[in-house]
Design a protein around this ligand. Structure first.
Ligand code: NAD
Length: 248
């Protein structure tokens, strides 16, 4: 169990990209961190080493966020091992792009199940404990696609817009219980997810970003770490965009 001064954070989708950078940022800020991931055990074991680097505990567990029972099992095991959860970050997400006219049911379902049900499963499993302790910060990773819509991403945009509605509703429900709930909406961030873009799409994207480059996972992680911290004590129900100005 944790001692009375330690703080515990949970990150879904921690083995890569924004989730990975978030695990490291929270560990740097003194949290013990439990993260889950879909499949890459080697990346998870490697990330656990950041615990030694920052003098905290970092523990990775393979768990599919689309599976409610798996998420509950992961979170119960985390509380047994590290203690009550102070902060939860939902970074697990996937894309299955296709124009709607070509989209199949599987592409639709996979994205909604992972991106939106995944957020529900994590938040549902942590919220009661946070309410009892009258303390907690939840940060859900949405996307500018959820604010403005991206073509070929009706499934992804719907899931990310759903996360915004979910976060605002939960912020209203739990504010009096000392819980803050915020969403972060990144634009193009240089991760494996974006590496799948073809050259033409990448060029077009870069041309429309006022800052002239894609963001980094570390830049997003720093915003998440801020929202998870007491420095953001008066911030709830916010959707913070981090997008190099692409949406202005
Ligand atoms: P990524 O593909 O590099 O990493 C995704 C992570 O989610 C991995 O750790 C993977 O293991 C995990 N994951 C995926 N499906 C899972 C499942 N079913 N169960 C458990 N874990 C699962 O992606 P990224 O670019 O780092 O994106 C992280 C989040 O940020 C996603 O929610 C994504 O939608 C969002 N986002 C990314 C960008 C971008 O440009 N990269 C922009 C806006 C929003």
């Amino acid at each position: 169990m944790s001692d009375s001064t330690s703080r515990v954070a949970l990150v879904s989708g921690g083995s890569r990209g924004i989730g990975r950078a978030t695990v490291r940022a929270l560990a740097r800020d003194g949290f013990d961190v439990a993260f889950c991931y879909r499949s890459d055990d080697d990346a998870a074991r490697d990330l656990e080493k950041s615990g030694q680097e920052f003098g905290v505990r970092v523990v990775g567990t393979r768990a599919d966020v689309a599976d409610g029972a798996a998420v509950r099992g992961w979170i119960e095991a985390t509380e047994d091992r590290l203690g009550p959860i102070d902060a939860a970050v939902t970074a697990a997400g996937i894309t299955r792009d296709n124009p709607l006219v070509l989209m199949d049911d599987e592409q639709w379902r996979q994205v909604i199940d992972t991106n939106l049900d995944g957020v529900y499963h994590v938040c549902r499993a942590v919220v009661f404990g946070m309410m009892k302790r009258r303390r907690g910060a939840i940060v859900n990773i949405s996307s500018v696609a959820g604010v403005y819509g991206h073509r070929t991403q009706t499934n992804y945009s719907a899931s990310k817009a759903g996360i915004i509605g979910f976060s605002r509703a939960l912020a209203k429900e739990t504010g009096r219980s000392g819980i803050r709930v915020n969403a972060v909406a990144p634009g193009f961030i240089e991760t494996d997810m974006v590496a799948e873009m073809n050259d033409k799409a990448r060029k077009e994207a870069l041309a429309s970003i006022p800052l002239g480059r894609m963001g980094t996972a570390h830049e997003v992680a720093d915003m998440v770490a801020y929202l998870a911290s007491d420095r953001a004590a008066y911030v709830t129900g916010a959707v913070l965009q981090i997008d190099g100005g692409i949406t202005i």
